[in-house]
Ligand binder design. Structure first.
Ligand SMILES: [Zn+2]
Length: 136
């Protein structure tokens, strides 16, 4: 069940998908019931949220970092289960994700950069400023 909110609650309730457009991210507790908090940021290299009265997330949510290794689609407010993720698949997926993120950082598209990329850019800018001040 989707819940549209501004700020993600510190203690999400099970069975709810918290969606924050402001922070361009969604949070839910792992659908298997293990209690792990699953964060799915939106963006070209992250997840796509579709809302047509019901909520769907693409791609699938793979909790390979969690002990349960659950893997599922959030499709039309429902959980469609996929086979559990093996340790090998997790390694492949996380190195692919990392590569995608590293590529995306130097050239974020205006308006499409997610909040952490904006913060990262801001940090880089302020580092650059302090360094040039010291050099003068
Ligand atoms: Zn789980």
């Amino acid at each position: 069940m989707p819940v549209f909110i501004e700020h993600i609650p510190a203690e999400p309730e099970p069975g709810k998908l918290y969606i924050s457009m402001q922070f361009e991210t969604a949070v839910h507790l792992c659908a298997c019931g293990c209690g792990a908090k699953v964060v799915t940021p939106f963006g070209p290299n992250d997840w796509t949220l579709t809302f047509d009265g019901t909520v769907s997330l693409r791609p699938s949510v793979g909790n390979g970092q969690q002990r349960c290794r659950s893997h599922y689609y959030v499709r039309s407010d429902r959980i469609d289960w996929l086979p559990r993720i093996s340790a090998a698949a997790t390694r492949v997926a996380s190195s692919r994700d990392r590569a995608a993120h590293i590529e995306a950082i130097p050239q974020p598209l205006a308006g499409q950069a997610s909040w952490w990329r904006r913060i990262w850019n801001r940090m880089r800018r302020s580092f650059g400023t302090s360094r040039s001040k010291r050099d003068e």
